[in-house]
Design a protein around this ligand. Structure first.
Ligand code: MRU
Length: 377
């Protein structure tokens, strides 16, 4: 069975509630842009590409099921207001802003056509939102293939045989419309018979690596081991040779024009480790994550999340032997009264990145160490 974070048919949208995974697989219906805003903010749906698609489709559902004004301009204004609102849900990932920009354009063009009606504007919007869902899956499959081929061609480890990879963050089917970005590279390596082992890190917030990435690896029967984020250096030192670790592959929430990459908190430290240990560090992301209007990582707004996400852990009751899935408990894991700083992302400087894997190929730096990301558009 294929993991599906987003279930859509015209007029109907459901998301897999990612706060309940891996212990319960429950879908929530989203009926409107307001429902989507809350689902994104609360991280019931998450991952840069998935956020963009859920937002776009929730508005499509709202438009499909509502009684629309017949005047095209009024429908356009309604859609644009809702898109502006959706973009305020989370700031760091650019995919949502990019999707909103494209959908505003489509809507505007439809409204300007001679004889345009409210229905025609709605139809143009809905068709464009639905296309985003379709495109994301095929883009991810291409990212996976390009990344896997690049690793096989460019890493000394691959000359020894099957390679192992460490991944961080949540980048699989749950974070996208399907297949995944960085996890897509691992899926492709596995499908090609080139993967020895995948290591995934625990990753905050909400331990998305152990709850979501690990869930996907187990689901797909990919040989995999979970480590905490603080074990990565020891992993590379102690198991780098025996496991034939070729590198680290991560996703991205926003890649600036110079290649600086905002991704899940902890990514930056992994890039430093990769450099120190002489293994490759790859960022895997669709072109919708590349933001040529942002010059460098210094211009990226990093979301700070509530401290309670660090102070508290939620899960089913466990008596030391058995899990009771029917009872979900929240426990405190920190000293009462301690302050918390909880940035959800960090920025990895381009100099630490060996390649940016997109659906149209892997971008490497030129001989002066500069990425030319404009080439992929
Ligand atoms: O904060 P999240 O859970 O929405 O972020 C998910 C990630 O792990 C990201 O770093 C990212 O979107 C990777 S690309 C699929």
């Amino acid at each position: 069975m294929v993991l599906q974070a987003i279930k859509y048919s015209r007029g109907q949208l459901e998301i897999l509630d990612q706060l309940k995974l891996p212990h319960a697989e429950e879908y929530d219906h989203l009926y409107s842009s307001t429902d989507a805003w809350h689902a994104i903010k609360e991280m019931r749906t998450r991952g840069a590409p998935a956020i963009a698609i859920v937002a776009a489709l929730a508005l499509a559902v709202e438009l499909t099921n509502m009684k629309l004004p017949s005047v095209a301009e009024e429908v356009k204004v309604f859609i644009i207001e809702k898109l502006d609102y959706l973009v305020t849900s989370r700031p760091t990932a650019v995919n949502l802003a990019d999707a909103a920009r494209k959908l505003r354009k489509t809507t505007g063009e439809a409204a300007e056509k001679a004889g345009a009606t409210g229905d025609a504007v709605r139809e143009a919007y809905v068709a464009a939102a639905e296309q985003m869902l379709i495109d994301d899956v095929s883009d991810n499959e291409n990212i996976g293939r390009h990344g896997a081929d690049w690793l096989v061609k460019n890493t000394p480890a691959a000359k020894q045989g099957q390679i192992s990879m460490l991944t961080h963050c949540n980048t699989g089917s749950l974070a996208t419309a399907g297949y995944g970005t960085a996890l897509g590279v691992i899926r492709s390596l596995h499908a090609q018979g080139n993967l020895k082992h995948a290591f995934c890190s625990e990753t905050r917030p909400y331990n998305q690596g152990s709850r979501l990435t690990a869930f996907e690896l187990v689901h797909d029967k990919i040989p995999a081991t979970l480590v905490t984020d603080s074990m990565a250096a020891a992993l590379l030192r102690q198991k780098g040779q025996s496991e034939n670790i070729a590198g680290i592959v991560v996703g991205a929430d926003r890649v600036a024009a110079n290649g600086d990459t905002a991704n899940k908190i902890g990514t930056y430290s992994l890039a430093i480790l990769a450099k120190h240990h002489g293994v490759k560090f790859l960022v895997a992301a669709p072109r919708t994550t590349i933001d040529l209007d942002t010059q460098s990582g210094a211009d990226i707004v990093i979301e700070e999340r509530p401290g309670k996400e660090v102070l508290l852990v939620k899960g089913p009751r466990h008596d030391g032997i058995n899990l009771d899935l029917a009872v979900v408990e929240t426990v405190s894991v920190a000293a009462h009264g301690i302050g918390v700083w909880n940035p959800a992302f960090d920025v990895t400087p381009a100099e630490l990145i060996d390649g940016i894997v997109t659906e149209v190929g892997v971008v490497e730096k030129d001989s002066d160490g500069v990425f030319h990301l404009e080439k992929v558009f």
